[in-house]
Design a protein around this ligand. Structure first.
Ligand code: 13P
Length: 250
C-alpha cells in the first residue's frame, strides 16, 4: 500500500510574511500525528528557512521548487541542493513544466538536478507532462516515457523519488484531466518504471497527479489505482482549499 502524498507548489506567489501566515494556517490544520498521507508545502526560496522553522513541530514536509545541479560555485542566482537540505528541505520539485518551458530545463539538465538532489539526501518530485499539441498529435505516451527515461538516466535507486504527472494543458487552466485520462498515463509511467527498475520498485513508487486539482475533483482522481496524491498549484494558496484536497487523500 502506497502512502499518498499531497504537496502545495506555491510557485512565485506569497511574500515571506504571507508565506509564514499560510504555513501557520496549514500547520495548525495538519498538526502532528496524522499519517494517512504525506503533506508538503513549497514556498518561495526566500521563505524556506523561516517557514521550515515554523512548521518543524508539525508533520509538514518542507519542499523546494527547484535546485541547481552543482554543489556551489559561480552560478549567479541559483540555489544548490545542499543549501536546501541545510535549511531543512525534505523534498525538491524538479522538471516542472514551467521550468522546462520558461527556463530552459531540458530533460538532460533535469536529470543532473535529480542526481545531485538525491546525492544530497533530498527526496525528489520529478515532474513530467505533455503539452496540448503533443496530446492532440497522439504522442503523449512517447513524450512522457522519454521524460521519465531521460530524467532517471543513471539513477540507481528510486526509493526517494516521486513522479508527478502534470499535463501542461491542465496547469492553471481549470481544465483537469479526467480521472480516466490521468490513470491511463499513470499506469503507463508505472509500467515504464517497472521496465527500468523492476516491478517491486515500480509498485512502491508514488505517482502524483497535478493540474487544476481542487477539493471538488481530488477524491475522484485519488481513487484511481495508480494515482497516489497530488501536486497542487492554485488551490494550495488557501489553507482551507488545500486541506480539502489533503482530506480527499485520507
Ligand atoms: P494548478 O493546480 O494551479 O493547475 O497547478 C498545478 C501545478 O503546476 C503544480 O505544480
Amino acid at each position: 500500500m502506497r502512502t499518498k502524498i499531497v504537496v502545495g507548489n506555491w510557485k512565485m506567489n506569497n511574500s515571506v510574511a504571507e508565506s509564514l501566515e499560510l504555513a501557520t494556517a496549514i500547520a495548525e490544520k495538519v498538526g502532528k500525528g496524522i499519517h494517512c498521507c504525506e503533506v508538503g508545502i513549497a514556498p518561495t526560496f526566500l521563505a524556506l528557512h523561516e517557514v521550515g522553522k515554523l512548521i518543524e513541530w508539525s508533520d509538514i514536509l518542507l519542499t523546494a521548487q527547484n535546485c541547481h545541479y552543482e554543489n556551489d560555485g559561480a552560478f549567479t542566482g541559483e540555489v544548490s541542493a545542499s543549501m536546501l537540505a541545510a535549511v531543512g528541505c525534505r523534498y525538491v520539485i524538479l522538471g516542472h513544466s514551467e521550468r522546462r518551458q520558461f527556463f530552459g530545463d531540458t530533460s538532460a539538465i533535469v536529470n543532473r538536478k535529480v542526481k545531485k538532489a538525491l546525492e544530497q539526501g533530498l527526496r525528489v518530485i520529478l515532474c513530467v507532462g505533455e503539452t496540448l499539441q503533443e496530446r492532440e498529435s497522439g504522442v503523449t505516451g512517447s513524450v512522457i516515457t522519454g521524460q521519465v527515461v531521460e530524467g532517471l538516466d543513471g539513477v540507481a535507486d528510486i526509493s526517494s523519488l516521486v513522479i508527478a504527472y502534470e499535463p501542461v494543458w491542465a496547469i492553471g487552466t481549470g481544465k483537469t484531466a479526467t480521472s480516466a485520462q490521468a490513470e491511463e498515463v499513470h499506469a503507463s509511467i508505472r509500467a515504464t518504471v517497472a521496465g527500468l527498475y523492476g516491478q517491486t520498485a515500480a509498485d512502491h513508487l508514488r505517482i502524483q497527479y497535478g493540474g487544476s486539482v481542487k477539493g471538488s475533483n481530488a477524491a475522484e482522481l485519488f481513487a484511481m489505482p495508480n494515482i497516489d496524491g497530488g501536486l497542487i498549484g492554485g488551490a494550495s494558496l488557501n489553507a482551507d482549499d488545500f486541506m480539502a484536497i489533503v482530506k480527499a487523500a485520507c
